[in-house]
Design a binder for this molecule. Structure first.
Ligand code: SAM
Length: 463
């Protein structure tokens, strides 16, 4: 805990320690000691933009060993601050507790599937799911809290996946409107946060047995609704970052009593993973097929995950598609002339949709979201102004190296890059719209006019 001053440290709740001692027996001293150790941070590479080997070769940070359950992630060594680096703004990686990388890996979404991340903000698991899906199919990232959804949308834009729809809804409204349409659903539930006691002093301060009981009721309600969103033959992964069995095995036990058409799928035990602990709460033995991650046994915080399969099979059903609000002839011409000058990729026009003056590129197999509150649908390509098309920031982050015709490359550490990220204009001989890149990776837009590159890096993203 070297980065925390003693003044900041709140003692671990006594009742929590007593409970854990009764659960863990001989293992308790090592477990309790690990809760006062320095937490580990992981860096997960955005494999939509580069491979983990490529990142290793350009990494400005000391990368430690690979996370055993996530082949695209490394444990960070040293005191670097990668959250402030331009590569982070270009979406080359996500910083995350290594244990929090387990749910997406265990759910194992496939390219082309329909996947729901029901409790998604700030987007750690959404970005991971999108990478595993290779940007293909449909990923719905939902966050119930309006004040958290903006951060989620920004992380999704930075990631540049292209297949994500961000919604701001209650689980009930999603289930009522969409029904059992998803191949895979992730419920990364709000919890008492015991697994984060090493770094989250607020979680220590807020903890009580009443809070654990209250969380368990809320989790049960969320999971029961989530079950209605899974198609026959589909999978549901429930995860928390707490050790309390009432919030873990207990919630699954209640679900299975009411939904006998779900069965537990045995999860792989990566190095350091432990089995579920049905004996802690008198739940069914099959719950040992769940996994628990303990901080004294691996490099990461505390986590729980259980995978369920809904019995049955679904054929190829037709789901409501978005009502087409495609391009008029004149708008199509503006878009085509912009792409002809600027982009080196072809986006199929049957996936383009307008919303007011904005133009979006919808995910493959996108559903109709009707009146559901949608914050972000696929890629916001740009906006139609009077007689021109103006590209939007998320389009630059969606582009891979080589997909832009006009490029203005800046190097990490150069005064020009620092100036661009502060919103300043730069000298250039580039004309018209150009993708600004950092060491070759797109990071924003600029427009070359009479020897000057006008800065279009958004204010909200500036360092
Ligand atoms: N999956 C996220 C990630 O990896 O970045 C973290 C999710 S966090 C553990 C749980 C989320 O559940 C929070 O964003 C919280 O706002 C949301 N939440 C709270 N109450 C909820 C409810 N009743 N239904 C659905 N989500 C809820």
């Amino acid at each position: 805990m070297s980065r925390m001053t003693l003044k900041n440290v709140i003692p671990l709740p006594g009742q929590f320690l007593d409970r854990m001692q009764s659960f863990m027996g001989d293992e308790f001293p090592a477990f309790a000691e690990s809760l006062n150790a320095q937490p580990k941070t992981g860096l997960r590479v955005n494999t939509l933009k580069l491979s983990s080997e490529q990142f290793q070769s350009i990494s400005p940070f000391a990368l430690g060993e690979k996370v055993p359950w996530c082949s695209s992630a490394f444990i960070l060594d040293g005191e670097d601050r990668p959250g402030l680096h331009p590569f982070h703004l270009a979406g080359l990686y996500y910083l995350q507790d290594p244990s929090a990388m387990s749910p997406a890996e265990l759910l194992a979404p496939q390219p082309g599937e329909r996947v729901l991340d029901l409790a998604a903000a700030p987007g750690g698991k959404t970005t991971h799911l999108a990478a595993l899906m290779q940007g293909r199919g449909l990923l719905v990232a939902n966050e119930i809290k309006e004040k958290r959804v903006g951060h989620l949308a920004q992380n999704v834009e930075r990631w540049g996946a292209g297949n994500v729809v961000v919604t701001n809804e209650t689980p009930e409204r999603l289930a009522d409107y969409l029904g059992a349409v998803f191949d895979r659903v992730l419920v990364d539930a709000p919890c008492s946060g015991e697994g984060m006691f090493r770094k989250d002093m607020g979680a220590r301060a807020d903890w009580s047995t009443e809070m654990v009981a209250g969380c368990a009721v809320r989790q049960k309600n969320i999971l029961h609704i989530a079950a209605k969103l899974v198609r026959a033959g589909g999978h549901l992964l429930y995860s928390t970052c707490t050790f309390a069995p009432e919030e873990d095995e207990g919630v699954i036990e209640q679900l299975l009593r009411e939904y006998p058409d779900f069965e537990i799928v045995q999860l792989p035990k990566f190095p350091g993973f432990s089995s579920g602990k049905p004996e802690w709460i008198e739940a069914r033995p099959a719950l040992s097929g769940a996994v628990r991650l303990f901080p004294h046994l691996l490099n990461g915080d505390g986590h729980f995950a259980c995978l369920l399969r809904k019995q049955g099979e679904t054929g190829e059903e037709e789901f409501p598609r978005p009502r087409r609000s495609g391009l008029s002839k004149s708008l199509a011409e503006l878009w085509r002339s912009f792409t002809a000058q600027t982009l080196a990729l072809d986006l199929p026009e049957d996936r383009l949709q307008t919303a007011g003056e904005r133009l979006y590129y919808l995910p493959e197999g996108c559903l109709d979201f009707g009146r559901l509150r949608t914050v972000h649908s696929g890629v916001w390509l740009g906006s139609f102004k009077k007689d021109r098309f103006e590209p939007a920031h998320p389009l630059s982050l969606f582009l891979k190296p080589g997909q832009a015709k006009n490029v203005f490359d800046l190097q990490v550490g150069s005064p020009q890059l620092a100036a661009y990220l502060r919103g300043e204009t730069l000298e250039t001989d580039v004309r018209g719209w150009a993708v600004v890149t950092v060491n070759g990776f797109p990071i924003g837009w600029g427009k070359g006019v009479q020897g000057t590159l006008k800065n279009h890096f958004p204010k909200g993203w500036m360092i």
